[in-house]
Design a protein around this ligand. Structure first.
Ligand code: SME
Length: 167
């Protein structure tokens, strides 16, 4: 029997780990067009590959209320259900369309604390093949300053390959 996904051996180097994971994601998702299935799979694979990812998940642009993000697939403790564009780290990423790396969430104006144990976070916007914002990916850690530009570049590449490539 194949070893369980979460027990597989991964490179210690973070960049190499992302590279392995990006390839695995591409092969697991091939031929699956459903957006929620893709988001749920990305979330589970990221959370299983980086033990310091305390909360990993998507806030989706709500088609009924396009100024509002609504919770999507996630792994972690109970998350807030809705976040308005412009509010907190997720709302800022959605409004600006730019990745937000926050080394200390307590120093971020308007940060929304869904779980007070989160110390740092990264939020990366996800665009479809036409460049339209569809969601943001939020990853929180209990460690301060857990994320840097390397995480930003890899998560942007993973989201672009998953939602922007028109698979
Ligand atoms: N901290 C986020 C809210 C979402 S949760 O942490 C799951 C923010 O400020 O946007």
């Amino acid at each position: 029997m194949a070893e369980p996904f979460h027990d597989r051996t991964l490179p210690a180097d973070r960049g190499e780990r992302y590279a392995v994971l990006a390839q695995e994601m591409a092969s697991v998702l091939v031929g699956e067009p459903n957006i929620v299935a893709r988001m749920a799979t990305i979330t589970a694979m990221l959370a299983a590959s980086f033990p310091h990812f305390f909360w990993t998940g998507f806030y989706m642009v709500d088609p009924e209320r396009p100024d509002s993000l609504v919770i999507g697939p996630y792994q972690g403790t109970l998350g807030c259900l809705r976040i308005a564009f412009g509010r907190g780290v997720c709302g800022t990423a959605a409004m600006t369309g730019r990745t937000q790396i926050v080394p200390d969430v307590h120093a971020f104006p308007g940060h929304i604390a869904c779980d007070s144990r989160s110390a740092s976070e990264i939020v990366v916007p996800a665009f479809d093949g036409s460049g339209r914002l569809i969601a943001v990916l939020d990853v929180d850690s209990t460690m301060p300053a857990a994320f840097d530009e390397l995480d930003g570049r890899w998560l942007e590449a993973i989201l672009s390959a998953t939602f922007g490539a028109g698979d």
